[in-house]
Design a protein around this ligand. Structure first.
Ligand SMILES: [Zn+2]
Length: 386
């Protein structure tokens, strides 16, 4: 049995009362939260800093880890997409190389205090890593298909990957890639599937201004991307409203995470908040690809719906949630430290439907415990306690 206390203990949503002590059993499960005054002083381990539940990474693409340092910065999303496709077409990476990089990325996350991850997969390249990992993954099988005529075919093509996940005992859902790459009809079908199976949904949302232009019918970078792919989209009729507003009604009473939100307006955010959506930020990837951060002040009132993710190593130098938190802390004073800590613990776990296992101090569970330090407005991981 261990008895742990620190300057502060954060439970995933708030700080515990001063003098609280975490009682941890031999299996590293939380047995109870006791008062220091009821315990003998010499059995208590005291830590300098803040004890926080294990971190949950809301958004990653483990299968892109081998592209670390291979993608040019600041090209915008259409340029980024083109580079990813070119790397895939060049086929310069063997399955083994992709697997080795995914494995190293998984170890990196674990060492950075991450215990659970929401991870996008387009294929099964990362499944072996996830199966053998100490980290709990929720995999979003990502589906693309802008042409409504191919809706059923694109949906059916993804189902085998979902079945493989299930056969391996891994958690997963289906997820549309983004509004500029997935038809409204296909998003609707995917949302219905996840709702029927009580699974969380996620979609890349308003990561680039080109997406807004695409939906408003203005000149935009996706035209070049589709030209490059030799895909005729002359049939596409811009709806004349924002991307989010054009698909938000496909989302019903279900957990939905909108990822990035860099170019979301106040009205977009309100429309999504009315549907109880989660808003996930990936600041380092935003700086890498678009060199622009969301206006965090627009999200101030939605603190229980805010998530944080690392995105992939194709658009980031590390898979470290505290690096992401520190970018926000450096660039905005919209959020308190508690809100930032809630983003990387309880909110992320909740958006992934993992809140009964991770993201807070849960009696009878080992949800991980990290010790962090907060100095000069920046967070650092001092140690993984369990
Ligand atoms: Zn992503």
């Amino acid at each position: 049995m261990r008895f742990l206390k620190a300057n502060k203990i954060f439970d995933g949503r708030q700080y515990l009362a001063e003098g609280s002590v975490l009682v941890i059993d031999s299996q590293n499960r939380l047995k109870e939260i006791a008062r220091a005054t009821t315990l003998q002083n010499d059995i208590i381990e005291s830590f300098e800093g803040i004890i926080v539940p294990g971190f949950v990474n809301a958004h990653c693409h483990l299968e892109l880890s081998h592209l670390n340092g291979k993608i040019q910065k600041h090209t915008g999303i259409p340029g980024f997409g083109k580079q990813i496709i070119m790397q895939r077409m060049a086929g310069g990476f063997t399955k083994e190389t992709i697997h080795e990089h995914a494995l190293a990325a998984d170890a990196q996350m674990w060492n950075n205090g991450i215990v659970a991850v929401g991870d996008i997969s387009n294929a099964d390249d990362s499944f072996k890593t996830k199966q053998n990992s100490k980290i709990k993954y929720h995999t979003f099988i990502e589906i693309l298909g802008l042409n409504p005529a191919n809706e059923k075919m694109m949906f059916d093509l993804s189902l085998p990957f979902f079945k493989i996940l299930q056969s391996l005992g891994l958690l997963g859902s289906l997820a549309p890639h983004a509004p500029y790459s997935t038809s409204f009809q296909l998003i609707d079908r995917i949302a219905k599937f996840d709702k029927e199976h009580d699974l969380p949904l996620c979609i890349h949302n308003q990561e680039t201004e080109e997406e807004t232009k695409f939906f408003l019918g203005q000149a935009n970078g996706f035209k070049d991307l589709y030209d490059f792919l030799k895909t005729d989209i002359s049939w596409f009729k811009a709806p004349g409203i924002s991307s989010l507003k054009s698909y938000i009604n496909t989302i019903h009473e279900q957990k939905t995470m909108l990822v990035h939100n860099t170019f979301s307006t106040k009205e977009d955010i309100k429309a999504a908040a009315d549907k109880n959506c989660f808003f996930c930020f990936c600041p380092n990837a935003n700086l890498y690809i678009e060199n622009k951060l969301p206006d965090y002040s627009l999200f101030k009132e939605y603190k229980t719906s805010l998530c944080l993710g690392t995105d992939s190593l194709a658009s980031n130098n590390s898979l470290d949630l505290l690096d992401e938190a520190n970018v926000i802390l450096k660039n905005s004073n919209a959020f308190s430290l508690e809100t930032i800590l809630q983003m990387i613990t309880f909110n992320n776990a909740s958006a992934l439907n993992l809140e009964n296992e991770f993201g807070s101090l849960i009696l009878g569970k080992n949800a991980g415990l990290n010790l962090v330090n907060f100095t000069n407005n920046q967070l650092q991981l001092t140690q993984k306690i369990i």
